[in-house]
Design a protein around this ligand. Sequence first.
Ligand code: ADP
Ligand code: ZN
Ligand code: ZN
Length: 815
Amino acid sequence: MGDIASVVLSNSTREFDREYHYSIPDNMKGMVVPGVRVIVPFGKANRSMEAYVLDVIDKTEFNELKEIRKVLDDSPVLGKQMIKLACWMKDKYICTYSDAIKCMVPPGIGVKSFCIVKLIKQDPDVGKSQKKLLDILSENNGECELEELKSRANIKGFSKQLDLLEKAGLVEICEEYTSRVKEKTVRVASLALPRDEIIEDIESGRIKRIQQIRILELLLDNEYIAVPDIVRFSGASAGVLDTLRKYGYIFYKDINVNRDPLGNKVVERAEPLTPTPQQEAVLNRVKAMMDRGKFAEALIHGVTGSGKTEVYMQLIQHCLNSGKQAIVLVPEISLTPQTVYRFKSRFGNDVAVQHSRLSLGERFDQWRLIKDGKIKVVVGTRSAVFAPLDKLGLIVIDEEHENSYKSEITPKYHAREVARERCMQEDAVLLYGSATPSIDTYYRAKNGEMEFLEMSSRANNMLLPTVEIIDMRNELDEGNRSIFSRRLAAEIARNIESGQQTILFLNRRGHASFVLCRSCGHTIKCTNCNVSLTYHSHDERLICHYCGYTVKNPSTCPKCGSNYIRHFGTGTQRVEEELKKQFPGCSVIRMDADTTTYKNSHEEILRAFREKNINIMVGTQMIAKGHDFPNVTLVGVLAADSLLNSGDYNSSERTFQLITQVAGRAGRGKIPGKVIIQTYNTEDFSILAACNHDYNSFYSQEIIMRNALYYPPFTNISTVILSGPNDKLVFSRAKELKDFIAGRLANAGDGVSVLGPARAPLTKIKNKYRWRIVIKQRDMDMLTALLREVSDAFYSKRQNSGVDLNIDINPANML
Ligand code: ADP
Ligand code: ZN
Ligand code: ZN
């Protein structure tokens, strides 16, 4: 073994983001191994800095190496696979080593643990002092924190006596990171601003203090965190937290301690169900793949209720039987108590569930259990893909089409891609499941890149709801100018009368607004990009956010001449007002990102809707999925057009997925459901296919469009956004960068192009102007290499100060 350590800094800017070599002093040989953290002297001033050891080597081209000062861990914090994965992420997502490593270790890894003394058994024959200790423990439900025990016992030679008890096997001393919260309510902190704004402020360097950034990042990952926990895990003082509050980034509230609802309950073991013939066929195929012990992928396209979850569980069992471990990724919204219960009842203590409600301490304890090999199955959201299991056999990605698998903060990884890389490195099987697979995954499956498995019938024989399309052009013709069609209004009224509940769904991405002719349904599209143009009120123009093409907002419809052409965009608030007017006395609850979430959690709104039997819920995307409301029998989609015309190349895909999902909200109980879709464009294939529950017909039309216009999966799209307070400066830097890219892409062939710079869809955030360049490149390796060059070129120029760079590869939303 060598005596030189190659390390990377734990908290590094781009400038210092590389491997540094240090010599290992004799007394640390054997302790400095890949994956442990060390303290090294850094820079001219030899400041002590924390670093991760990536490798131990024999030779280096540098001489006069400095020595490592201290080793922080007894055993590696990062396993070998994780180090490899971190290096891959750094290249793939153009991020720093520390950005990548941050994904893999829980926050506050250096945090002091609590020593908990646990009573194993009483013994009447021990000495007086020892007896006192045992008695305190048994009075205290068998356990006590070490420090507390010490002060309560108040005996001489405390440590020695405790030691003797431990040696005699009467007590056990464990390290834990969860503080024993005794109070019923705790003060928690949550974000007080939209996530977009906070991310922007972090990424642009507007928030500079590392402690503030750490706190905000913790809160981006967690709906709320107890104040004492934040302080402990971020290493920041309570004063930093107060400052963030003063600037309006966070707010405090007191909540009831929400203990794990299943924590104390004994979960009954449930046996596997006897598979249906369809499930059996899928099981056999995937088991055969797993038995080969090599990397392989499979997609299960199965309608909701076809029994995919049951299939996952039986495959996980198969994995455990062969001595391996498994990860199941689910969207946050699917981690309902029912799902958690299903996995716990099947796998008992072998399973860990990771969601954003875990306290940081609980998360840490879980991470340790996984690292120590005590957990065999991890069920969790996006970040669970980094669970440090060392005998990985299977990763399942449920609802693989979900946007939430893409990280919106640096590193902007996609859990699907990380899972794939991990499975390749560790010879595991990767299984995707969805009722509405993403075009990308479906295309790969159809092309023979993975096993394709179908489950077309429902395991529980529930009926699919009936779906009706209402042509809003007729409503206008016949004098109805309300936002509700007559048909929908009648159904709402009927539901209010009979005490059944209604959900009204409205798409609103917040920023985008498009122009639509209410007489003929015509919308104005970009001639180059075939996406809807976006309306900008300040200069009354329409603009394409891909290529920058722009036209004046027309006053009459270019197709039919009607002057009922105007920009479109109804807010949830407007719908609520309209409901109150048209249906006096009805109860309405609203759920959207702009208003409610910051002060009331989703959960509270959903619970109120369910328990108080409120007549109507009005909401955006976030009510579309996951929730089960047995009393909801009517779902209305108010303007399917706003999904279709979002100005994004994947708007048809999103429309199909969302309609399918919202339709799934209707009729979960005994009464069959009804779905009414209002649109000015009744001929659109994605709406029609969704109404007929026909994925194949949707896919076969969409894929032709994607091919013709060079959109993914036929190319990769990357966005490069520059932003800063000086509009002209940002634009000129963007223009330079664009020319640089264009030079690199000259003669690159079909489907490779660079567009822009055009104003980004969010033209300005917090007084910073934003310009965007869009790159299309079919070859992913060439794209990442190019982006690395772009990043290097940008950061090497000191005069860029005042301009920020932000790169995203295949962003989930172009808007
Ligand atoms: P999906 O994940 O595809 O939506 P689930 O696995 O949740 O489907 O199954 C839907 C319902 O069907 C559940 O209530 C489940 O218990 C039931 N189910 C699934 N498989 C079977 C089976 N083989 N026999 C009986 N019921 C089943
Ligand atoms: Zn028209
Ligand atoms: Zn365009």
